[in-house]
Design a protein around this ligand. Structure first.
Ligand code: 5AD
Length: 345
C-alpha cells in the first residue's frame, strides 16, 4: 500500500483498484503515511502557511430543497434573513481591517438577491477593495449571469458537485434539481475564467466507496483550483435528520489523496470538519489542507445559517477569533498567511 502512496505522490495518479483499497484501509499506519506524504507536498507548495478567507453568509433563503441542508426551502423552522449590500460592505470592512484579502459571499439560491443586485454588490466590493479576491458560493445560474458577475469583478466561484453518481445525486436532491446542470455549471465557470472550486460531503446518505472513486475521477478531469471536502453532518429539521455523520477518518484520507493528486490546489480544512471534532481543523491541515474560512457574517445572524447541527461559527471559526486561530495553528507549526492566496499552477 505504501508503494501505491509513493507512486501517487510521484505520478499524481492511482488506479481504481488501489484507490478503493486505500479508501477501505483501516490500518492506522498506512493512513498516517498517507497524511505524512500529503502534508509534505502541501508544505513544499505553500510552506507552513494557511490562507484565510472571510466567509459572509449573505442569505439563508433558498429555492432548493436539498435533503441534507438545514436551510432547504421546506424547513419552516428557519428564521430567514438576507443581508443588504450595505451590511455586506460592513462585513468586508471589518474583514479587511482584520487582514482578510478574500471575501467569500455564500448563500442559498435566493431569488430576491437577483442577478442585478448581485452584480451591483460585486461591483461595489470590487471598487472599494481593488486588491482583494471576491469569491462567490451562490449556486447555479445561467451562463450570462456567471459572466456578468465575472466581469463585475468576482474572481472565484465555489460550487460543490456533491456527488458524481447521478443516482446518488437524486438520493440527495429532489427531481426538480438537475445533476447535468450542476456539472455543466462547473464547466461554464471554468470556461469563463473563474478559479473554480468543487467538492463533496463525505458520508452523505447512500454514498459508497465506488461513488467516491467517481468523485475523484471527476475532479481529476475537471482540474478545479479549489477542492472542498467535508463530512456530512445531519441537521435535525431535514429528511436526513436521523442519519449518521460522515467519517472524519475518511474525510482526512480524501483530503490527503486530493493533495497528492492536485499539489497546487487550494484545499480548505472545512468548517464541517472543525464542527464535528474539536481538533478537526488541525487534522485537516496535517492531512494536506491549506485554507481555512473563518466566519465574517454579522454575529446575530450566524445561528440562522445552520446547514447542519452544531455548525461552528465562533472562536477560531470566526473572523474575530483570528488570534485564537493563529495560536492554534502555531501549536502545529503553522502561521496565517495574509496574502490573497490565488491559485498558482
Ligand atoms: N453537512 C455537511 N455539509 C453540508 N453542506 C450542506 N449541508 C450540509 C450538511 N448537512 C455543504 C454542501 C454545500 C456547502 C455549502 O455546504 O456540500 O455545497
Amino acid at each position: 500500500m505504501k508503494t501505491w502512496i509513493d507512486q501517487l505522490r510521484s505520478t499524481r495518479r492511482i488506479s481504481d483498484e488501489a484507490l478503493l483499497e486505500l479508501l477501505a484501509c483501516t490500518d492506522a499506519d498506512i493512513t498516517e503515511y498517507l497524511h505524512q506524504q500529503a502534508h509534505e507536498v502541501a508544505v513544499q507548495q505553500f510552506g507552513h502557511y494557511i490562507y484565510i478567507r472571510g466567509l459572509i453568509e449573505i442569505s439563508n433563503c433558498c429555492k432548493n430543497d436539498c435533503y441534507y441542508c438545514g436551510i432547504r426551502k421546506s424547513n419552516t423552522k428557519v428564521d430567514r434573513y438576507r443581508l443588504t449590500t450595505e451590511q455586506i460592505l460592513e462585513c468586508c470592512e471589518q474583514g479587511y481591517n482584520l487582514g482578510f484579502r478574500t471575501f467569500v459571499m455564500q448563500g442559498g439560491e435566493d431569488r430576491a438577491q437577483d442577478a442585478e443586485w448581485l452584480i451591483t454588490t460585486v461591483k461595489e466590493i470590487r471598487q472599494r477593495y481593488p486588491e482583494c479576491a471576491i469569491t462567490l458560493s451562490l449556486g447555479e445560474m445561467p451562463r450570462e449571469v456567471y459572466q456578468q458577475l465575472y466581469d463585475a469583478g468576482a474572481n472565484r466561484f465555489l460550487l460543490r458537485h456533491e456527488t458524481y453518481d447521478e443516482n446518488h445525486y437524486y438520493q440527495l436532491h429532489p427531481s426538480e434539481m438537475s445533476f447535468a446542470n450542476r456539472i455543466a455549471s462547473l464547466k461554464t465557470l471554468k470556461e469563463i475564467g473563474f478559479q473554480t472550486g468543487t467538492g463533496i460531503m463525505v458520508g452523505s446518505p447512500g454514498q459508497t466507496l465506488a461513488h467516491l472513486i467517481k468523485d475523484v475521477r471527476f475532479i481529476e478531469q475537471l482540474q478545479p483550483q479549489m477542492i472542498g471536502i467535508g463530512p456530512f453532518i445531519p441537521h435535525k429539521d431535514t429528511p436526513f435528520g436521523n442519519q449518521q455523520a460522515g467519517s472524519i477518518v475518511l474525510t482526512l484520507k480524501l483530503i490527503s489523496i486530493f493533495r497528492l493528486m492536485h499539489p497546487s490546489a487550494l484545499i480548505p480544512s472545512t468548517t464541517a470538519l472543525a464542527s464535528l471534532s474539536s481538533d478537526g481543523r488541525e487534522r485537516g491541515i496535517l492531512a494536506g489542507g491549506n485554507v481555512v474560512m473563518p466566519n465574517l457574517s454579522p454575529v446575530n445572524q450566524r445561528k440562522n445559517y445552520s446547514l447542519y447541527n452544531n455548525k461552528a461559527a465562533l472562536g477560531a471559526e470566526s473572523a474575530e477569533g483570528l488570534n485564537r486561530l493563529a495560536s492554534q495553528l502555531k501549536k502545529i507549526g503553522y502561521a496565517i498567511s495574509y496574502e490573497r492566496g490565488d491559485f498558482q499552477s
